[in-house]
Design a protein around this ligand. Structure first.
Ligand SMILES: [Zn+2]
Length: 251
């Protein structure tokens, strides 16, 4: 018995250290939900995020996503560029834009975040602010609010394993002039795509994929949104049972 008490004491001490360090703590202790959906999540009436997404309910608090998907990972896309001569122009995760008014130059920062659990849930969002930290925070928040569930499967004729390591068929998405087309690939191909699309595919839980990108590809924000649109468009199709079996679609 003494050992168990000692272990619980250690755990509470560890959580206090985590709180003081400003890390993300499990919200049931520290955070009180304000919306009806959040209260239903906290009471245990909703235990799976798929229940919310299938009913098309609007998520207004990013903490709901933190609560229901505890192993959520996040990453930022390289949308910006550093200034300077002699090797300047390195890619950065924060984009800096300036507007010249009659009185002064006004600076704004923007960032683009991707969140996903590596198992079929993915969200992409953009944030803008007067400082880079606020831009990143806003981007993370909007990515969590935009979370969707996607279908996975294997539609590659070279593989035909009925698994769920790739996508079931060819899809494409558009944002601005950028069109991203994703194609199912056999096992072992890994990612034959641009680095920014790679991040999105990894966090969505897709392991093998080929891609084609058309348009003004220097605008990285449009590439991120076009890839997200392509993955979302998988949900617009309905399948017969035999198609689900042959393409390896689950759910
Ligand atoms: Zn396969």
């Amino acid at each position: 018995m003494e050992n168990k008490e000692a272990v619980t004491e250690e755990r509470t001490a560890a959580s206090e250290i985590a709180e003081s360090a400003g890390r993300r703590v499990y919200p049931e202790k520290t955070y009180e939900f304000k919306t009806e959906l959040g209260k239903a999540v906290q009471n245990g009436e909703i235990k799976d995020i798929d229940e919310i997404l299938q009913k098309h309910l609007k998520i207004l608090e990013p903490q709901i996503v933190d609560f229901l998907l505890p192993d959520l990972q996040s990453d930022f896309l390289y949308v910006g560029q550093s200034k300077g001569k002699l090797g300047g122009g390195k890619r950065r995760i924060v984009r800096n834009t300036q507007k010249v008014t009659a009185k002064a130059k006004r600076q704004h920062f923007s960032a683009m975040a991707v969140v996903g659990d590596g198992n079929g849930h993915i969200g992409v969002g953009k944030g803008r602010g007067l400082e880079s930290v606020t831009a990143k925070e806003k981007a993370l928040k909007s990515a969590k609010l935009n979370i969707v569930s996607i279908l996975r499967g294997c539609g590659s004729w070279e593989c035909a394993c009925h698994g769920s390591h790739s996508i079931p068929f060819k899809i494409s998405g558009k944002c601005g002039s950028v069109i991203v087309t994703l194609l199912p690939a056999p096992k072992g191909i890994s990612f034959c795509v641009m680095d920014d699309i790679k991040t999105i595919m990894r966090l969505a839980g897709i392991k093998d994929v080929w891609s084609r990108v058309q348009g003004q590809t220097a605008t990285r924000i449009n590439i991120g949104y076009a890839a997200f649109e392509a993955l979302k468009s998988l949900n617009y199709y309905r399948f017969f049972n035999n198609e689900k079996e042959s393409l390896g679609i689950k759910g």
